[in-house]
Write a protein that binds this ligand. Structure first.
Ligand SMILES: [Zn+2]
Length: 178
């Protein structure tokens, strides 16, 4: 059974490959998710309850009894059912010059065929996600979890806050294009 200290060491990347392998290859601890949430909650400077982490920097939290996406710095991306990337700062590498800031000449993709999109938090400018896609490709919605099903059917408890499970990204775009 893992202790909170061990979960903290996993999250902070303080374990050796051997120690990590021992944990990965052993039976899963059913209480691990709760410990992970506890450790993550202690690392952020705000009080809203984390209900599911999306990445090292992004979390789904309960705010006013609704699940929203929040950055570790406190910036709020709003309703978790709208792709948070639409509210991020975006830098697109679609020229030889911008690609060669990262790659040596001839080691990168052809900018006529693919571009690199970098999504930054408007609050702390942490690089939150990148995607490599053909120009014009729709913004990828990486992860839209069914929070109700995850809590009720997987954890066997009531979700801390509820929202009907659906993708509201198009609705959000439509409202802003009026
Ligand atoms: Zn941030």
């Amino acid at each position: 059974m893992e202790t909170k200290e061990l979960v903290k060491d996993i999250i902070e990347g303080r374990l050796s490959m051997e120690e990590l392998y021992r944990i990965i290859s052993s039976d899963k601890n059913p209480g691990r998710f709760k410990l992970v949430l506890e450790v993550l909650q202690e690392k952020v400077p705000w009080d809203e309850k984390i209900i599911l982490p999306l990445s090292d920097s992004l979390f789904i939290v309960c705010k006013d009894n609704k699940p929203i996406v929040k950055c570790k710095c406190g910036f709020e991306f709003g309703d978790y059912r709208v792709n948070w990337k639409l509210k991020a700062k975006v830098f697109v590498r679609d020229t030889l010059e911008s690609l060669q800031e990262l790659y040596k000449p001839f080691m990168h993709s052809d900018p006529n065929w693919t571009e690199i999109r970098e999504y930054y938090c408007p609050g702390c400018f942490t690089l939150l996600e990148t995607e490599v896609v053909p120009p014009g490709y729709p913004v990828i919605f990486d992860f839209l979890p069914d929070i109700n099903a995850f809590y009720r059917e997987w954890l066997g408890e009531e979700p801390p806050c509820e929202a009907e499970f659906m993708d509201k990204t198009l609705e959000y775009i439509r409202e802003r294009m009026k």
